[in-house]
Design a protein around this ligand. Structure first.
Ligand code: WT7
Length: 648
């Protein structure tokens, strides 16, 4: 990248003049009266019963937002647009991986959601019951989520790439009564079974028992692949398809749990993050409107996440639909059937707002600019980035090649726990620095502090904290209040701040730079995986006695998993490559292909401190091919010579 590239990128005068908010207007209003500002944002939604207090923080860290208010989330995302006369507007341009497509209007979406709600009510599901959704990116997945929301059922979407074992542990933890799935899913042109994983998950004996909470499995036909059939199984088209499209939504309390989403922590056991209705939807809707400068009826929005992650919840389902967006939903991978796929979709539908992860930008860079250059991408006017810090080189390429050299890039820092974007520029206001998420969103308060909670001076790295509650904040960890307090609130207990787990710094101009996780959580292509989870999968392999896992930097995926394993006594290691391949496959099957280590190194010993803690920092040095840092606290520094020999 040339050194004379600009250091900051302000919006064009033209963009600024048409933006949903001008200058610092939103910041000023939020600074003057933060809670009043959030009340205003909440009133962008339709409430059945108005709320009283904006925030009740008396039972901190358990927040209540928009106290006493009642609303129906699905009504806000669907019905009200139909009532406003926009029933014929396309809600979803759905693009299937094999090339099939469907356009769904808001009126059609309302019918579909109502049918699904009628069927789920008919089988006896009651507000607060949990429903697991394990599906690829088909329209029925969104319909299923909205039908749950409509009935006050708490959904738990499990990413379709997760294994049967991962699905089972999530079903058990939430005691899900119903699982909604598809017969199969397309992966690079081929149907692969999905329902078979549900069968395996539900029937597996865990402590001698199958998943007893599951009463029904509802199956959407997607691939027409062969599937086994059980008494508990029903077809979506026979049941939901036959239900009435008339359904009157009921209003639920603002604090009613809308969904659980499991995410990795620093231990092997995923946490069921609990999100609310009113506060969550308020911030999802508000941030989608202002951060993407979204204009309902003219923009065509495309967020390429999967509904299995929080980005899919907030910026495919609840944010855009609450704003009456027309959006593309794409089922497949970016290189199926060719590397032109995304650009063909942008061209065909006139996508104007495009929200992806930095790893995809870097993948596009690797494929070469002649691929996007072969397409008319002039419809694009706003670009988004999420999942990990975007390196300045990728930022500039993204803006030049995909954004025509003019589109603002909105780098959004947030987490499963925060529910919606927290730190990001406003596209019509902020002069962006490539690689910086810039500043807290209006209404959000964040700080960068040292271990004792003192603010770090500009230029110094510290820990990112959220020092005020926010509407979309998690309301807890499902069934584990203690873990909730301990994980997020114990580090700055005295101050009552939320510790995000990320390091960050303000630069000399006050721009905020997120530097990545400071805990044992890895970020692989924007997906969060804990080292402990992968270690636990590895020691589940019959050949492994001990394992240590680190995230090593990787040019495309941000981080990649490097594992160091000690073999059990007597394991036949005569063909180490085959053994390593077997271990990789084991992790892939146990967790998900995303968790598959890039490399596994068989070692005789692991570097440990005298207190028995594995020195991950040193392992990272090894995995990244660096000179070793300080080894003085090691019991036996010669361990490294052995590890290096194994790698050579
Ligand atoms: C972690 C949260 C938010 C949806 C996707 C990931 C990292 C996320 C950024 C960004 C720098 C980022 C953080 C965070 N992260 N977005 N724009 N810049 N880092 O959600 O799985 O809950 O992971 O992703 O480390 O803590 P998640």
């Amino acid at each position: 990248m040339s050194t004379d590239a600009p250091a900051v990128y302000p919006p064009s005068a033209e963009f600024a003049a048409q933006a949903n908010t001008r200058g610092r207007e939103l910041y000023n209003r939020a600074d003057a009266d933060r809670l009043g500002f959030w009340a205003e944002q909440a009133r962008r939604l339709s409430w059945d019963t108005d709320f009283g207090d904006v925030l009740d923080w008396s039972d901190a860290p358990f927040a209540k937002w928009f106290v006493g208010g009642k609303l129906n989330v699905a009504y806000n995302c669907v019905d009200r647009h139909v009532e406003a006369g926009n029933g014929d507007r396309i809600a979803i341009h759905w693009v299937g991986e094999p090339g099939d497509s469907r356009d769904i209007t808001y009126a059609q979406l309302k019918d579909e959601v109502s049918r699904a709600a009628n069927y789920l009510a008919e089988i006896g599901l009651k507000p607060g019951d949990r429903v697991a959704i394990y599906m690829p990116m088909v329209p029925e997945a969104l319909v299923a989520m909205l039908a749950c929301a409509r009935l006050g059922l708490t959904h738990s979407v499990v990413f379709g790439g997760f294994s049967a074992a991962a699905l089972r542990s999530r079903i058990d933890d939430a005691q899900a009564r119903v699982v909604i799935t598809t017969d199969g899913q397309f992966r690079r042109g081929k149907p692969v079974p999905l329902k078979a994983n549900v069968d395996e998950a539900v029937d597996a004996l865990v402590d001698g028992k199958a998943a007893e909470s599951v009463e029904k499995v509802i199956v959407v036909r997607r691939c027409s692949n062969d599937i086994d059939w059980h008494d508990r199984d029903v077809w979506w088209h026979d049941t939901v398809g036959a239900a009435s499209p008339e359904h009157t939504p009921e209003a639920f309390d603002s604090e009613h749990p809308l969904f659980l989403l499991y995410t990795s922590g620093t231990t092997g056991k995923p946490k069921g993050i609990v999100h609310s209705s009113g506060g969550y939807l308020t911030q999802a809707s508000y941030t989608h409107h202002y951060l993407f400068d979204h204009k309902a009826g003219t923009d065509v929005y495309w967020c390429t996440a999967d509904i299995g992650w929080v980005t899919g919840h907030t910026y495919i389902v609840y944010g855009p639909l609450s704003n009456g967006a027309t959006q593309v939903v794409y089922e497949g991978t970016p290189n199926s059937p060719t590397e032109h796929r995304h650009f063909e979709v942008i061209e065909k539908y006139g996508v104007s707002i495009y929200y992806i992860a930095p790893t995809l930008v870097r993948t596009f860079m690797k494929w070469g600019r002649e691929i996007p250059d072969a397409h008319d991408l002039s419809s694009i006017r706003v670009l988004g980035s999420v999942g990990e810090p975007i390196n300045p080189e990728a930022w500039r390429w993204y803006r030049d090649v995909i954004g025509g050299g003019t589109a603002p890039i909105v780098d959004t820092w947030w987490q499963t726990e925060t529910g919606a974007a927290m730190v990001a520029p406003l596209p019509g206001t902020t002069a962006c620095k490539p690689g910086s998420a810039m500043e807290p969103v209006p209404g959000i308060s964040a700080n960068i502090v040292d271990d004792d909670g003192n603010p770090e001076p500009r230029g110094e790295q510290g820990l990112l904290v959220l020092d005020q509650p926010w509407p979309a904040m998690l309301r807890g960890i499902w069934g584990d209040d203690e873990r909730f307090r301990e994980t997020y609130w114990s580090r700055y207990e005295k101050q009552g701040w939320y510790f995000a787990g990320d390091g960050a710094r303000y630069d000399d101009d006050g721009a905020l730079w997120v530097l990545g996780r400071v805990d044992d959580v890895m970020n692989i292509s924007g997906h969060r995986i804990s080292t402990a989870e992968v270690e636990s999968a590895l020691v589940g392999h019959s050949g492994v006695a001990e394992a240590a896992v680190v995230g090593a930097s990787d040019a495309t995926t941000g981080q990649a998993i490097a594992a160091f394993v000690i073999l059990r006594e007597g394991v036949d290691a005569s063909d180490p490559e085959a053994l390593i391949a077997e271990m990789k496959a084991h992790v892939s099957k146990d967790i998900s292909p995303i968790a598959r280590p890039r490399e596994i190194i068989i070692v005789p010993e692991l570097p440990k401190t005298r207190s028995g803690k594995i020195m991950r920092r040193l392992l990272r040095d090894v995995a990244e091919g660096r000179e070793l840092g300080d080894t003085s606290t090691l019991v036996d520094p010669s361990v490294f010579e052995n590890i290096r020999k194994q790698r050579a």
